[in-house]
Design a protein around this ligand. Structure first.
Ligand code: GLU
Length: 296
């Protein structure tokens, strides 16, 4: 069993990303498995300088140590290029000359290129066959199915600006790193069918999936990755881990509130019960209160 945490370096580690880090670490460690960290720095426009180092320092301060060197997607372009080459050679991907407006005019779902469209910097899309219904069983959310052709259409593998698309990079990396269990936030639940389709077309193994609850702000929106107000404090890992433990639906009394960090983490690994993980979203305001009063 091998899991991973794959943050995008778009800001400080916040409570939502701590849940993904701690949840994936607990799932791996409690099963006697390994846990890796991969920096998903494939989107230069969204990357914040220094964010990756800061996230890694925070993970270290929280005692969440990976079982291997940290990988950076920005150094793995050759793997994505090889996978893309295989898809192009097999006729499963194509250069797309459509503009944003062309795709918007088709309801955002690309099924065919506008005749005669030409651009110097075509994106590359996966050709999603008609009838591409993809289903899987999520460990928390149960059966999930999507008609990828009708709901998403031919999706981008390499962007017009040359950056690799998340969907391709994540599939190639999870397979290359031998990830058996993908544990991450529920914001990625609807990306999973695309990833399963790509795995199938590339002949890659399918990991198990577990999507953790999302943390919502006071307006009911997903926590923005860069929201500094909810950044976790590397100088105070214990209260944040206790709050994350409760947010993961785990038994509050299973952890000693006053123990040092390593004893707390060891107790968490012993007590972790995946069956208690909640599916529904969590309100950040409630978690704030929980973080401030660890014994509540
Ligand atoms: N890099 C993605 C994010 O930070 C997570 C990717 C994944 O876990 O598959 O949202």
């Amino acid at each position: 069993m091998r899991g991973r945490f794959a943050p995008s370096p778009t800001g400080e580690l916040h409570f939502g990303s701590l849940l993904a880090a701690f949840g994936s670490w607990l799932a791996a460690r409690s099963a006697g498995g390994e846990w890796l960290v991969r920096v998903e720095d494939v989107d230069g426009a969204r990357e914040v300088p220094g964010a990756a180092d800061s996230q890694l320092r925070t993970l270290a301060a929280f005692g969440l140590a990976p079982d291997g060197p940290v990988e950076y997607q920005s150094r793995r372009g050759h793997l994505y290029a090889a996978a893309l080459g295989r898809l192009l050679d097999a006729g499963l991907a194509f250069e797309c000359h459509c503009s944003r407006a062309d795709v918007a005019a088709a309801g955002g779902v690309h099924r065919a290129c506008r005749p005669g469209a030409r651009r110097p910097d075509p994106a590359v899309r996966l050709r999603v066959p008609d009838g591409s219904r993809v289903a899987f069983d999520d460990a928390v959310h149960g059966h999930v199915a999507e008609d990828v052709d009708r709901r998403v259409g031919d999706f981008v593998l390499r962007r017009a600006d040359g950056w690799w698309a998340y969907q391709l990079a994540v599939v190639v990396d999870d397979a290359d790193q031998g990830i058996t269990d993908v544990v991450r936030g529920a914001d990625l639940l609807d990306s999973t069918p695309r990833q399963l389709l790509l795995q199938r077309m590339l002949g890659l193994p399918r990991p198990r999936y577990l999507h953790l609850p999302l943390v919502l702000d006071e307006d009911g929106h997903k926590l923005s990755k860069s929201r500094a107000s909810l950044a976790v404090d590397p100088a105070a890992p214990v209260p944040a881990l206790l709050a994350a433990w409760r947010a993961l639906g785990q038994a509050p009394r299973a952890l000693p509130g006053d123990a040092p960090l390593d004893a707390l983490l060891a107790a968490a690994v012993r007590a972790f019960a995946p069956g208690r993980l909640p599916a529904g979203p969590l309100a950040a305001t409630a978690l704030h209160t929980a973080a401030a009063t660890p014994d509540a």
